[in-house]
Write a protein that binds this ligand. Structure first.
Ligand code: FAD
Ligand code: SF4
Length: 466
């Protein structure tokens, strides 16, 4: 895949991966065997008919391919960029057994981008012929809490069926992690805006700056005329290390760091959001959030950026492509290393990290080898900025303001996996609010299940055919 040169791209926020041209896309599509039993589809949480859209690319019908994708996925240009295909559809591609799997994600991105470039009104509007399946359903109202990929999917699917859908979003902008977490050099904002606009054009209404649980509660929504509520509030509460010095100035959570830049535009002169340009930035963790923090730190002008991770490269949870990108951009990886405490200067600002070396023992409950501290192995890394990127748990607001809502001890909302319904009839949930931090496509898969669950629930409630 062509890419912006590493030396060039660390000075800008423009997209790194440049995408296929038509000839390359057709060549790649021609590798697909159009397998009868479609093994790749089983790896896709939203069940895209992968061989069908690839066949259309082979035939040169790129707009047809985009339409095929949108039958089950309202956000194909996003998924084509950020989904971990190597762990999903591409992992099951028959060609991957002996060589390279078909580059399904890149083909998905190509078709969606082609549509945007060549038929912009159809990709951003409802003009691609998607009409509500049953306009009589418009008298039933569904509230969706949160405009991340889970909420957008529920809203899109129910609007397509004909329901009146309103999304309530706490922030002043839509998209959830797609906007405040994933940086624009991986997901350009015009692409995000375009696909969110597509969901709106299907009929979903979006109201921003509404914090459900504060402005009004889930119960208020049910008593105010909504027939069902979907909770897709994600996992925005950062996990902390719980070590000395975590409150020093210059120590950020991954979410705070990324939000300041991605949502509050701290790197742009015309915005007032404060940010300190790091000399030595250390990022704790090795997931997608950690890679995004490291690569944004480089782009805002950090002289040196280091990932500190307690296991080895094999166990790093980030997408392989993002780890490679970070490496090419000059991020240093200090593996088998765990912070013990953050050290501050006389003004209370972080200046260094005391670390311990680790070795790997037997696999733990996560299946990954357990890191074990090596005795007396303490050493110091200089750092004037530390970003703790260890993942997120669900925010407690909905849990604490919704009577009768059952949750796990760590905060995940408990649902019936078949329908997405919570312990409260008519209240559904999905995405990171249920699973803890996962992936865009798993949140979308959960949104699809909940949309079906809500459809059945409302039809049963009003004695309509199912
Ligand atoms: P979210 O995207 O978190 O959206 C939840 C929305 O609900 C937010 O907009 C929030 O403001 C809103 N909300 C919360 N509480 C309320 C309330 N009380 N009232 C109203 N609105 C509320 N996954 C991938 O597949 N590929 C990647 O490359 C990738 N990179 C990532 C990088 C980062 C930095 C992070 C943090 C995550 C990444 N992920 C990635 C994970 C992925 O983004 C999430 O799994 C996915 O966004 C979850 O979707 P969601 O809709 O459940 O929640
Ligand atoms: Fe094509 Fe691979 Fe899917 Fe077979 S498994 S249909 S080769 S993408």
């Amino acid at each position: 895949m062509p890419q912006q040169d590493a030396a060039e791209r660390i000075r800008n926020f423009e997209e790194v991966a440049l995408g296929y041209d038509a000839a390359t896309a057709v060549d790649e599509a021609e590798r697909c065997l159009n397998c009868k039993n479609k093994p790749c589809v089983a790896g896709c949480p939203v069940n895209i008919d992968i061989p069908a859209f690839i066949e259309l690319i082979k035939a040169g019908d790129f707009l047809g391919a985009a339409r095929e994708l949108k039958k089950t996925n309202s956000l194909p240009a996003i998924c084509g960029r950020v989904c971990p295909q190597e762990e999903q559809c591409e992992k099951l591609c028959i060609l991957g057994k002996k060589g390279e799997p078909v580059a399904i994600g890149r083909l998905e991105r190509f078709a969606a981008d082609y549509e945007a470039a060549h038929a912009p009104s159809t990709s951003s509007g409802c003009a691609d012929g998607v009409k509500p399946e049953n306009p009589d359903l418009a008298k039933y109202h569904v509230a969706v809490v949160g405009s991340g990929p889970a909420g957008l999917t529920v809203a899109g699917d129910l609007a397509k069926k004909g329901y009146s859908v309103t999304i309530f979003e706490a922030l002043h902008k839509t998209g959830g992690v797609l906007r405040y977490g994933i940086p624009e050099f991986r997901l350009p904002r015009d692409i995000l805006d375009r696909e969110i606009h597509y969901v709106e054009s299907l009929g979903a209404k979006i109201i921003t700056d509404v914090i459900v649980g504060r402005t009004f509660t889930v119960e208020d929504l049910l008593s105010d005329g909504f027939d069902a509520v979907f909770v897709g509030t994600g996992a925005g509460a950062p996990k902390l290390l719980g070590i000395p010095g975590e409150n020093l100035s210059g120590v950020y959570s991954g979410n705070e760091w990324l939000t300041r830049i991605n949502l509050m535009r701290a790197h742009r002169e015309e915005y007032a959001t404060p940010i300190k340009i790091p000399k030595n930035a250390c990022i704790i963790g090795a997931g997608n959030t950690a890679m995004d923090c490291a690569r944004t730190a480089l782009r805002v002008g950090a002289e040196q950026v280091t990932i500190v991770y307690r296991r080895s490269r094999t166990e790093m949870p980030a997408r392989a492509e993002e780890i490679e990108n970070a490496e090419h951009e000059g991020v240093i990886f200090k593996l088998l290393t765990n912070p013990k405490r953050f050290i501050g200067d006389e003004k209370g600002a972080v200046k260094a990290i005391e670390c311990l070396r680790m070795e790997l023992g037997e696999p733990d409950e996560s299946g990954r080898r357990r890191p074990i501290p090596v005795e007396n192995s303490e050493f110091i890394i200089e750092a004037d900025t530390v970003i703790v990127a260890l993942g997120q748990n669900p925010n407690p607001l909905i849990r604490t303001t919704t009577k009768g809502l059952k949750t796990e001890s760590w905060g995940g909302i408990i649902i019936d996996p078949e329908t997405g319904m919570t312990s409260i009839p008519g209240v559904f949930a999905g995405g990171d609010a249920v699973t803890g931090e996962a992936t865009v496509i798993s949140a979308m898969g959960a949104g699809k299940i909940a949309a079906e669950g809500i459809d059945k629930f409302i039809k049963k409630k009003y004695g309509l055919e199912s």
